[in-house]
Design a protein around this ligand. Structure first.
Ligand code: PEP
Length: 271
């Protein structure tokens, strides 16, 4: 668990996150994690974040104790407690998790989360010592209409405008073109890198050049062990948010190992 603020540096530490989505109860999830925990823990120079379903978080918090792995939730509500049936609050996650994925396109699409909802969650996460992985990205129609940068700018502005400067580099942005998620049709490394440049320019508009250079940005959308090198070799890309391939231990370990080889960095501080 991280307590010290992330040291200010222009060298961005790579970050690979596995989004397990709504797959497996605690027992199966334990077995899957058990299969790769030791190998992942042995890989240096990459922040590794595993995001199982809520019901596995407690088990995983115990498993990760004493390891270098970080634990993330896939979502949360912004209120701390109260009559919000079915919701999970930042207060509940705070003692277990380091990260929380917010604004995933599946949340925006199936649960009608707006940019404003995502922002409220970002604020709540940060004020509870949780680091948000904020998902942004255009759908196929928007992409084909040449509206990618407009959509990205809207998402980034909603999440970051007016945010207290001290919090900006605690956030991670995940650029996930919706047309690439779970389709087996990833973006190209170069294409994604261009969008990342636009994301950094928008962060620079809102919070200055240093913040734009420090914030970590991941690519997400059909990442696998074959294509990770294409993304991670791009100068603006700091890691990946991985869905399907994070459920295959050998594949996920390989994704992290390739990332470690490509971008070498010093060890993290933990809570
Ligand atoms: C995701 O859902 O965040 C994702 C990137 O999924 P996949 O890797 O399966 O495309």
């Amino acid at each position: 668990m991280i307590t010290d603020p992330r040291p200010l540096t222009n060298m961005r530490r790579p970050i690979i996150a596995g989004n397990w989505k709504m797959n497996m109860g605690p027992e199966k999830a334990f077995d899957l994690m058990d299969n790769m925990l030791e190998q992942l823990d042995a890989i240096e120079d990459v922040d590794i974040v595993i995001c199982p379903s809520f019901v596995s978080l407690e088990t995983f918090a115990d498993m990760f104790d004493g390891t270098s792995l970080f634990l993330g939730a896939q979502n949360m509500f912004w209120e701390e407690q109260g009559a919000f049936t079915g919701e999970v609050s930042p207060l509940m996650l705070q003692s277990m998790c380091d990260y929380v994925i917010l604004g995933h396109s599946e949340r925006r699409q199936y649960f009608h989360e707006s940019d404003q909802d995502v922002r409220r969650k970002v604020d709540a996460a940060l004020s509870h010592d949780l680091m948000p992985i904020i998902c942004v990205g255009e759908n196929l129609q928007e992409n084909e209409a040449g509206r990618t940068l407009e959509i990205i700018e809207r998402h980034v502005t909603a999440a970051f405008e007016g945010l207290d400067q001290q919090y900006v580099n605690k956030c991670v942005i995940a650029y996930e073109p919706i047309w690439a998620i779970g389709t087996g049709k990833p973006a190209t490394g170069e294409g994604a890198n261009r969008v990342f440049g636009a994301i950094r320019r928008k962060v620079a508009d809102l919070h200055g050049d240093t913040a734009a250079q420090e914030i970590r940005i991941q690519y997400g959308g059909s990442v696998n062990k074959e294509n990770i090198a294409e993304f991670i070799s791009q100068p603006e890309i700091d890691g990946a948010l991985v869905g399907g391939a994070s459920l295959k231990p050998g594949e996920f370990v390989r994704i992290v190992a390739v990332t470690s080889q490509a971008k070498r960095m010093p060890a993290p501080k933990r809570k």
